[in-house]
Design a binder for this molecule. Sequence first.
Ligand SMILES: Nc1nc2c(ncn2[C@@H]2O[C@H](COP(=O)(O)OP(=O)(O)OP(=O)(O)O)[C@@H](O)[C@H]2O)c(=O)[nH]1
Ligand SMILES: [Mg+2]
Length: 472
Amino acid sequence: MVIATLADGVARRVDSLGGRISETLFEPVIRLGVTGLARSGKTVFITSLVANLLDRGRMPGLVAQQEGRIEAAFLQPQPDMTVPRFDYETHLAALTAPEPHWPESTRMISELRLSLRVRPAGLLAGLQGPRTVHLDIVDYPGEWLLDLGLLDRSYRDWAQDTLSRLERRADARGFIERARAADPDAPHDEGLAQDLARRFTAYLASARDSGSYDCIPPGRFLLPGDLEGSPVLTFAPIPVVAPSRRGTLHREMERRYEAYKSRVIKPFFRDHFSRIDRQVVLVDALSAIHAGPRAMDDLDRAMASILSAFRPGRNAFLSQLWRGKRVERILFAATKADHLHHEQHDRLSAIMAALTRGARDRAQFAGAETAAMAIAALRATTEEVRPHAGRDLPCVRGRLLRDGRQAAFYPGDLPEDPARLLGPAREGAETWLDAEYEVMRFAPARLTLAPGDGPPHIRLDRAAQFLFGDRL
Ligand SMILES: Nc1nc2c(ncn2[C@@H]2O[C@H](COP(=O)(O)OP(=O)(O)OP(=O)(O)O)[C@@H](O)[C@H]2O)c(=O)[nH]1
Ligand SMILES: [Mg+2]
C-alpha cells in the first residue's frame, strides 16, 4: 500500500521533470483536458476547436492569431501510444456533410495532438525564429471524475449511501428490491452477483437516458470500454452492516469494489488526470434549466463533486500525484449558447458562474485561474426578432432535428439573477414558479465555408485564448 503510493509519487515527479526539460530545450506541450457529463458537447467542442485552429478565419479572439503570429497548424501523431486517437476526421465529416448531422456519442477517453508554429511576441520577436507548440487535447467523461470520491470510502459507506439515494427514484425499484432481498452473509453466488450488477447498471443507464443529472458513481459502469463483463465491474450496493466474512457475497462485493478503486480509478487519475495543464469543463446548463428545478439541483451537486477533483488538498492520493504541479487554468463553459439570442448570453454566463461559484473559489484558492463563459462550439442557428403579443421577442432560427423544418424559436427569458433558478432548485421546488423554459434540438446548419474559415461558433476563440492563448 505504502509502496504503491510512493511509487506513484516518484513516477509523477520524474514525469513532470521530463515535461520541464523538454519544455525548455525542445518544444512546449500543453495538455488540455476536455470534460463534462454525457452529451454536454465534448466531441463537438474538440472537433470545432481543431477545425478552427487549422483554419483560423473565425478566431480573432485568439491573440496570437490576431497578431498574425501563428504561421501554421497541423495534426501530428499523439505521444501516448495506448490511448485511442480522437476521431477528428469522422466527427468533422459528420458536421460538414451535405446533410450535416451531430457526431456519435463517444464515451471513451481519447486524445489528439495539434501542433502550432508560432512566432514569438514582443522583445523576442526579432531574436528568435518560430517555435512549435504542441496542444495535446484529451477528451474524457466527467463521470470518471465523480469516482474520485470513492477512493476514501469503504464499500459499506458507499453501499449504504447509494441505496438510500436510489430509494427515492421510482425507476430504481427493480434493483432495490433485489438488493434488499440479497443476504450479504450467504456464500458468494456468481449468478446473483451478476444479476445485481446488471440491474444496477440498467438503472444507471435509464437515469442517464432520461436526462437525469443525478450521477451515481462508479462512472465506468456506463462507460465500460474493454472492461465490460469483468469482475471489477460486476458488483453493486447491497445492504451491509457488519464487517464482511470470508466466502460471502458481501466479501466478494467488497473485494471487487476495492479492485475497482485500485485498477480503474487510480490508473485514470495517475496516467491521465494528473498530467493535465489546462481544463475546460463543459456544462449543458440550458437542458437542465429546461428539465426543471430538480434537474438543476442534481446538476449543481454533480458539478460540485466533479470540481472537487480540482482541489488537490481534498484527497491524499491526488495530492501525492499533483505534487509540484497543478491544473493552471479551468474554464467552465455553458455550451450550446446558440439556443439563445445573444441578448441572453450574459445571463447564461452568470448562471454558469453561480453554478460553479463554490468550486471556483476553492480552485482559485488552490492557485488555478478560473473563468465562466457561455459558448457554442458549433453555431446551428441564426438570430431573429419576432413580434409577439405586442412585444419583440429575441428568437433563434434553425433546422429542427426531429423533422428538418426551419423554425424560429423563443426559449424563454432567463432571469438576470441566477439565484432565481438556483434558489428554488436548492430548496427542492418541483417546477419553476414564474417562468417556463424550453430547449429545441436543432440539426447542424449546412455550411458553405469561405477558404480559411473554420465552422461558425460563439466565443470559441475567447475560450481558446483563456485556455492556452497565454502560451502561444
Ligand atoms: N446547437 C448546438 N448543439 C450542440 C452543440 N454542441 C453539442 N450540441 C448538441 O449536443 C449533443 C451532444 O454533443 P457531443 O459533442 O456529442 O457531446 P459529448 O459530451 O461528446 O457526448 P458523449 O460523447 O455522449 O458523452 C450533440 O449531438 C448536439 O445535439 C452546439 O455548439 N450547438
Ligand atoms: Mg463525445
